[in-house]
Ligand binder design. Structure first.
Ligand SMILES: N[C@@H](CCC(=O)N[C@@H](CS)C(=O)NCC(=O)O)C(=O)O
Length: 210
Protein backbone atom coordinates (compact mmCIF):
# COMPACT_ATOMS: atom_id res chain seq x y z
CA UNK A 1 0.00 0.00 0.00
CA UNK A 2 1.08 3.57 -0.66
CA UNK A 3 -0.01 6.38 1.61
CA UNK A 4 -0.15 9.84 0.07
CA UNK A 5 0.74 11.89 3.09
CA UNK A 6 2.19 15.13 4.44
CA UNK A 7 4.17 14.78 7.64
CA UNK A 8 2.18 17.51 9.41
CA UNK A 9 -1.27 16.56 8.13
CA UNK A 10 -3.31 15.35 11.07
CA UNK A 11 -5.68 13.43 8.79
CA UNK A 12 -2.72 11.52 7.30
CA UNK A 13 -1.30 11.07 10.83
CA UNK A 14 -4.54 9.23 11.77
CA UNK A 15 -4.10 6.76 8.92
CA UNK A 16 -0.41 6.23 9.72
CA UNK A 17 -1.38 5.31 13.29
CA UNK A 18 -4.11 2.92 12.10
CA UNK A 19 -1.75 1.18 9.65
CA UNK A 20 0.84 0.80 12.43
CA UNK A 21 -1.71 -0.48 14.96
CA UNK A 22 -2.74 -3.12 12.41
CA UNK A 23 0.90 -3.94 11.67
CA UNK A 24 0.46 -3.17 7.96
CA UNK A 25 3.54 -2.03 6.03
CA UNK A 26 3.13 0.96 3.70
CA UNK A 27 5.18 3.26 1.55
CA UNK A 28 4.85 7.01 2.09
CA UNK A 29 4.34 9.19 -0.99
CA UNK A 30 4.91 12.75 0.26
CA UNK A 31 2.61 15.50 -1.01
CA UNK A 32 3.85 18.89 0.17
CA UNK A 33 0.83 21.02 1.06
CA UNK A 34 2.50 24.44 0.77
CA UNK A 35 5.44 24.19 -1.68
CA UNK A 36 4.69 25.32 -5.26
CA UNK A 37 1.31 26.64 -4.15
CA UNK A 38 0.45 23.25 -2.67
CA UNK A 39 1.39 20.11 -4.55
CA UNK A 40 -1.99 18.60 -3.69
CA UNK A 41 -3.24 20.78 -6.57
CA UNK A 42 -0.84 19.26 -9.13
CA UNK A 43 -2.43 17.42 -12.05
CA UNK A 44 -0.65 14.23 -11.00
CA UNK A 45 -2.18 14.27 -7.53
CA UNK A 46 -5.54 15.50 -8.81
CA UNK A 47 -5.68 12.25 -10.79
CA UNK A 48 -5.22 10.36 -7.48
CA UNK A 49 -7.65 12.46 -5.41
CA UNK A 50 -9.96 14.91 -7.17
CA UNK A 51 -10.55 16.57 -3.78
CA UNK A 52 -6.82 17.47 -3.72
CA UNK A 53 -6.25 16.53 -0.09
CA UNK A 54 -4.23 14.02 1.85
CA UNK A 55 -4.47 11.26 2.91
CA UNK A 56 -5.17 8.89 0.06
CA UNK A 57 -4.38 5.20 0.35
CA UNK A 58 -3.44 3.40 -2.86
CA UNK A 59 -4.27 -0.30 -2.88
CA UNK A 60 -3.10 -2.58 -5.69
CA UNK A 61 -6.25 -1.88 -7.72
CA UNK A 62 -7.92 1.14 -6.11
CA UNK A 63 -7.44 4.38 -4.18
CA UNK A 64 -9.27 5.15 -0.94
CA UNK A 65 -9.94 8.68 0.33
CA UNK A 66 -10.96 10.31 3.62
CA UNK A 67 -9.14 9.24 6.78
CA UNK A 68 -12.17 7.84 8.63
CA UNK A 69 -13.32 5.85 5.59
CA UNK A 70 -9.79 4.52 5.09
CA UNK A 71 -9.45 3.54 8.75
CA UNK A 72 -12.83 1.78 8.81
CA UNK A 73 -11.84 -0.07 5.61
CA UNK A 74 -8.62 -1.21 7.27
CA UNK A 75 -10.59 -2.31 10.33
CA UNK A 76 -13.02 -4.31 8.20
CA UNK A 77 -10.36 -6.05 6.12
CA UNK A 78 -7.84 -6.50 8.95
CA UNK A 79 -10.09 -6.93 12.02
CA UNK A 80 -7.31 -7.53 14.57
CA UNK A 81 -6.86 -5.62 16.76
CA UNK A 82 -10.35 -4.08 16.44
CA UNK A 83 -10.56 -0.28 16.41
CA UNK A 84 -14.23 -0.22 17.43
CA UNK A 85 -15.82 -1.95 20.44
CA UNK A 86 -18.17 -4.88 19.83
CA UNK A 87 -21.12 -3.28 21.65
CA UNK A 88 -23.16 -0.99 19.32
CA UNK A 89 -23.67 1.68 22.01
CA UNK A 90 -19.94 1.76 22.75
CA UNK A 91 -19.17 1.87 19.01
CA UNK A 92 -21.45 4.89 18.62
CA UNK A 93 -19.70 6.65 21.53
CA UNK A 94 -16.25 6.01 20.07
CA UNK A 95 -17.39 7.23 16.65
CA UNK A 96 -18.93 10.35 18.24
CA UNK A 97 -15.60 11.42 19.76
CA UNK A 98 -13.77 10.60 16.52
CA UNK A 99 -16.28 12.69 14.58
CA UNK A 100 -16.15 15.66 16.97
CA UNK A 101 -12.46 15.81 16.12
CA UNK A 102 -12.51 14.84 12.45
CA UNK A 103 -15.78 16.49 11.37
CA UNK A 104 -16.23 19.44 13.75
CA UNK A 105 -12.81 20.64 14.98
CA UNK A 106 -10.41 19.79 12.16
CA UNK A 107 -12.31 21.20 9.13
CA UNK A 108 -12.44 24.67 10.69
CA UNK A 109 -8.69 24.71 11.30
CA UNK A 110 -7.56 23.14 8.07
CA UNK A 111 -5.15 24.64 5.51
CA UNK A 112 -7.93 25.88 3.20
CA UNK A 113 -10.09 27.75 5.75
CA UNK A 114 -7.02 29.27 7.47
CA UNK A 115 -5.71 30.53 4.13
CA UNK A 116 -9.17 31.93 3.33
CA UNK A 117 -9.12 33.84 6.64
CA UNK A 118 -5.62 35.18 5.89
CA UNK A 119 -5.94 36.03 2.23
CA UNK A 120 -9.62 36.69 1.47
CA UNK A 121 -10.79 38.05 4.82
CA UNK A 122 -7.43 39.74 5.61
CA UNK A 123 -7.31 38.33 9.14
CA UNK A 124 -3.96 38.99 10.84
CA UNK A 125 -1.86 36.36 12.65
CA UNK A 126 -3.49 37.05 16.04
CA UNK A 127 -6.99 36.73 14.61
CA UNK A 128 -6.14 33.45 12.86
CA UNK A 129 -4.65 32.07 16.09
CA UNK A 130 -7.72 33.16 18.07
CA UNK A 131 -9.97 31.40 15.52
CA UNK A 132 -7.84 28.25 15.70
CA UNK A 133 -7.81 28.16 19.50
CA UNK A 134 -11.53 28.87 19.78
CA UNK A 135 -12.55 25.82 17.74
CA UNK A 136 -10.07 23.49 19.41
CA UNK A 137 -11.17 24.57 22.89
CA UNK A 138 -14.87 24.28 22.02
CA UNK A 139 -14.41 20.79 20.62
CA UNK A 140 -12.07 19.63 23.37
CA UNK A 141 -14.58 20.67 26.05
CA UNK A 142 -16.96 18.08 24.58
CA UNK A 143 -14.24 15.46 24.13
CA UNK A 144 -13.04 15.95 27.72
CA UNK A 145 -16.59 15.35 28.99
CA UNK A 146 -17.15 12.27 26.82
CA UNK A 147 -13.98 10.22 27.18
CA UNK A 148 -13.47 7.74 30.02
CA UNK A 149 -9.69 7.61 30.39
CA UNK A 150 -8.34 4.28 31.47
CA UNK A 151 -5.65 4.63 30.14
CA UNK A 152 -6.92 5.36 26.62
CA UNK A 153 -10.02 7.35 25.64
CA UNK A 154 -12.43 4.44 26.20
CA UNK A 155 -10.49 2.01 28.36
CA UNK A 156 -7.58 -0.34 27.75
CA UNK A 157 -8.22 -0.93 24.00
CA UNK A 158 -7.01 1.55 21.37
CA UNK A 159 -9.99 2.81 19.38
CA UNK A 160 -10.77 5.13 16.50
CA UNK A 161 -11.26 7.91 19.07
CA UNK A 162 -7.64 7.57 20.22
CA UNK A 163 -6.43 7.57 16.63
CA UNK A 164 -8.15 10.91 16.05
CA UNK A 165 -7.21 12.40 19.41
CA UNK A 166 -3.40 12.23 19.28
CA UNK A 167 -3.00 14.11 15.96
CA UNK A 168 -5.47 16.79 17.13
CA UNK A 169 -3.53 17.28 20.39
CA UNK A 170 -0.32 17.51 18.32
CA UNK A 171 -1.92 20.27 16.24
CA UNK A 172 -3.23 22.04 19.33
CA UNK A 173 0.26 22.12 20.84
CA UNK A 174 1.72 23.37 17.56
CA UNK A 175 -0.70 26.30 17.65
CA UNK A 176 -0.05 26.85 21.38
CA UNK A 177 -3.58 26.07 22.55
CA UNK A 178 -3.48 25.87 26.39
CA UNK A 179 -4.42 22.33 27.39
CA UNK A 180 -4.43 22.62 31.20
CA UNK A 181 -8.26 22.64 31.18
CA UNK A 182 -8.24 19.18 29.63
CA UNK A 183 -6.45 16.81 32.05
CA UNK A 184 -8.24 13.74 30.69
CA UNK A 185 -7.22 14.47 27.10
CA UNK A 186 -3.64 15.23 28.15
CA UNK A 187 -3.40 11.96 30.13
CA UNK A 188 -4.85 9.86 27.29
CA UNK A 189 -2.53 11.52 24.77
CA UNK A 190 0.52 10.82 26.96
CA UNK A 191 -0.46 7.16 27.43
CA UNK A 192 -1.04 6.66 23.71
CA UNK A 193 2.21 8.28 22.64
CA UNK A 194 4.04 5.58 24.65
CA UNK A 195 2.77 2.97 22.19
CA UNK A 196 5.20 2.12 19.34
CA UNK A 197 2.39 2.33 16.74
CA UNK A 198 1.65 5.92 17.74
CA UNK A 199 5.28 6.88 18.19
CA UNK A 200 6.29 5.69 14.72
CA UNK A 201 3.47 7.75 13.16
CA UNK A 202 4.49 11.08 14.63
CA UNK A 203 5.28 13.84 12.16
CA UNK A 204 8.95 14.24 13.13
CA UNK A 205 9.69 10.64 12.15
CA UNK A 206 8.19 10.76 8.66
CA UNK A 207 10.40 10.65 5.56
CA UNK A 208 9.19 14.12 4.47
CA UNK A 209 9.61 15.75 7.92
CA UNK A 210 11.23 19.20 7.91
N1 LIG B 1 -11.82 14.97 6.09
C1 LIG B 1 -10.58 14.69 5.44
C2 LIG B 1 -9.64 15.86 5.61
C3 LIG B 1 -8.47 15.78 4.67
C4 LIG B 1 -7.75 17.09 4.67
O1 LIG B 1 -8.38 18.15 4.70
N2 LIG B 1 -6.42 17.06 4.64
C5 LIG B 1 -5.66 18.29 4.69
C6 LIG B 1 -4.40 18.11 5.50
S1 LIG B 1 -4.76 17.67 7.17
C7 LIG B 1 -5.29 18.71 3.29
O2 LIG B 1 -4.88 17.90 2.49
N3 LIG B 1 -5.42 20.00 3.01
C8 LIG B 1 -5.02 20.54 1.76
C9 LIG B 1 -5.83 21.72 1.35
O3 LIG B 1 -6.78 22.08 2.05
O4 LIG B 1 -5.50 22.28 0.30
C10 LIG B 1 -9.96 13.41 6.01
O5 LIG B 1 -10.27 13.09 7.16
O6 LIG B 1 -9.19 12.74 5.31
Amino acid sequence: MQLYSFFRSSAAYRVRIALNVKGLPFETVPIHLTKDGGRQHSPAFHAVNPQERVPALALPADVLLQSLAIIEYLDEVHPQPPLLPADPIHRAKVRAVAQIIACDIHPLNNVGPLNYLRHELKADKAAVEAWYQHWVVTGFQAVEALIRPGPYAFGPQVTLADICLVPQVYNARRFKVPLDRFPGIVAVDAALRELPAFDAARPELQPDAE
